[in-house]
Design a protein around this ligand. Structure first.
Ligand code: GCU
Length: 138
């Protein structure tokens, strides 16, 4: 099933910066949350139909401490304190998947740091197409 990538460096960023000081990112960089609680990255995501979609967030966390994020859709927190645990180093990117409800049309998906450490470094999100309602062909 199709997924669409949204680069963090192209999203709306509050109290974070676009950075390139580690390897392995996609696009032209990644977002550094700059160790601020409440800093966020907000993606504008289009959905053809309403339904639950898998949101895959590609991140790196080169510390030994979890960097939780609250995930909201259109102003409502749909997943609080999602864990973004340590990765091997800042050059090692892994994916965390969260299922989120999307409305048909444009959606604002925001990932907000919940601690003073800020979020993990965030590379992109991949959004799966909304629930497939097409009948199987066999
Ligand atoms: C280091 C690292 C940054 C990271 C930061 C952090 O400075 O180089 O990429 O964002 O730690 O603690 O978040």
């Amino acid at each position: 099933r199709a997924a669409t990538d949204y680069q963090a460096e192209d999203a709306t960023i509050s109290q974070g910066t676009v950075a390139t000081n580690h390897t392995g990112y996609t696009g032209t960089g990644f977002v550094d949350y700059t160790n601020i609680k409440g800093s966020y990255v907000e993606f504008t995501v289009s959905a053809a139909t309403a339904g639950t979609s898998a949101l895959a967030l590609r991140f790196a966390n080169g510390t030994d401490t979890d960097r939780p994020l609250d995930i909201s859709v259109n102003g409502t927190v749909v997943a609080a304190g999602v864990s973004f645990p340590a990765t091997a180093d800042w050059n090692t990117w892994v994916t965390k998947t969260v299922n989120v409800p999307l409305t048909a049309g444009s959606n604002k998906i925001r990932a907000t740091a919940t601690t003073a450490n800020g979020g993990p470094n965030l590379d992109k999100v991949s959004v799966a197409a909304a629930a497939d309602t097409q009948a199987p062909t066999r």
